[in-house]
Design a protein around this ligand. Structure first.
Ligand code: ATP
Ligand code: MG
Length: 402
């Protein structure tokens, strides 16, 4: 028995090959490497290795030690790794010393312990041979190890197509890895590989999901929230902060820029017909967001808008709002249904926070039926009456960073 590991002592991390096509392989992998290390920060003493085509997590300093020592809290480590964008799947594994005899000796008892974790009536052995000098081919190894497992567990039937228990083995030069689970990762691209954006984050359901969706494409996200104290309470700011933290975990952390918005809303209220207010507010939000984005060297704005979901999200209104900025505006949810968005929000853990009651600053001083087809000229006429420069500069000067 001797060197059979009793616990997970290696974790395999796979990425999709798709994003590696464009000659940027090294760049993407270096970014993913960095992000994996960041996800491992809470777990001291682990190292990220890069055998060909994979990442491999082991205890630090055990690269040449076979088998390496067990990884403490492996379940939690696996969960943390499976939340890193760019990761296709994660497998807690048992690393074994090299050689056929080790596999013959250790795979059958490992099968037993896999069955203790989840009962099975059918099984299969699937070998991937990276070490091309290994004496047996993959099909030969499958047959050999399969028959040894079956001798120990004659109650099992072989099912190559859909086994209850799939014993996967990767045979590498310096050792073999045995595992039975593949926990899916979020896919996407490693955050930081695709620039930076500024997301407009409200206390609602949609915008946190929009942040997540754009992070998934490898983009680093910062957030801006427009706060109308005392019309919207401090509790709302705390709520938005909590949302930023929750969704920010997917990229490590996320900065939140809080912009004082009260003076602008009062100025609009005092100078415009109520039915134009929502659009005026939102034009201000975009102007301010663009100015902050420039400061942060962010290259685009992100919103949680979904076409037709509310009055301000008709095509004409989106046009009237967005034409005040030149920066690209990304709307990852533009074609999503509310139900799909809610389902994602539930998975991300933001839904619970979003549904806590809050006052939306866009409904401040606003009638039940805002304009659906504004004339841009009307909006511009109001804005000519306002001290635009002054209002915008004052708001930008009051930005608080959380
Ligand atoms: P959400 O659920 O994200 O609040 P929504 O369906 O309520 O979206 P709107 O209120 O029209 O839609 O807002 C559209 C988008 O504008 C939001 O998704 C968000 O990106 C941005 N937004 C709205 N209000 C604010 C605010 N106070 N601060 C920052 N961004 C905001
Ligand atoms: Mg909202």
């Amino acid at each position: 028995m001797g060197d059979r590991p009793a616990e997970t002592n290696a974790i395999l991390v796979r990425y999709d090959e798709i994003f590696l096509k464009r000659g940027r392989r090294r760049y993407f992998l270096d970014t993913l490497d960095r992000n994996l290390r960041r996800a491992l920060k809470p777990f001291a003493g682990l190292d990220v290795l890069r055998p060909h085509g994979r990442f491999l997590i082991q205890q630090r300093g055990t690269r040449d030690l076979f088998p390496p020592p067990p990884i403490p809290e492996a379940g939690r480590v696996v969960r943390a790794l499976s939340r890193v964008f760019g990761v296709a799947s994660v497998s807690p594994a048992f690393a074994l010393a090299p050689g056929l005899e080790t596999l013959q000796r250790e795979v059958p008892p490992l099968a037993t312990s896999f069955m203790e974790a989840g009962p099975a009536t059918t099984f299969a052995v699937a070998t991937r041979r990276v070490d091309k000098l290994f004496p047996l081919s993959s099909p030969e190894l499958n047959r050999e190890l399969g028959s040894l497992v079956w001798r120990r567990h004659p109650e099992l039937k072989v099912d190559l197509a859909r086994p209850d228990l799939k014993i996967s083995i990767e045979v590498r030069e310096n050792g073999s890895y045995v595992f039975c689970e593949q926990i899916p990762g979020p896919g996407g691209l490693p955050v930081g590989s695709n620039g930076r954006v500024l997301a407009l984050l409200s206390g609602g359901i949609d915008s946190p999901v929009a942040c997540w969706s754009i992070m998934k494409r490898g983009v680093e996200v910062e957030a801006v929230y427009f706060h109308s104290f005392p019309y919207t309470s401090e509790a709302v700011k705390d709520k938005v902060h909590a949302l930023a933290q929750e969704v920010g975990r997917w990229q490590g952390a996320m900065r939140l820029h809080v912009v004082p918005f009260t003076a602008i809303q009062r100025a609009c209220r005092d100078n415009a017909p109520p039915k134009l207010l929502v659009l005026l507010y939102r034009r201000f939000m975009f102007r301010l967001a663009e100015a902050i984005a420039h400061r942060l060297r962010a290259q685009a704005l992100v919103t949680g808008e979904s076409l037709g979901q509310v009055a301000s999200q008709t095509l004409s209104n989106l046009d009237a709002i967005q034409r005040v900025v030149t920066m690209p505006i990304l709307q990852p949810l533009i074609a999503s249904d509310k139900q799909e968005i809610i389902r994602l929000a539930e998975e991300l853990g933001t839904y619970e926070i979003s549904i806590q009651p809050f006052d939306d600053c866009c409904s401040l001083f606003v009638p039940k039926h805002p304009s659906l087809r504004p004339r841009v000229a009307d909006l511009e006429r109001v804005e000519r009456r306002l001290p635009m420069e002054e209002l915008i500069t004052a708001a930008l000067d009051g930005v608080e960073v959380l």
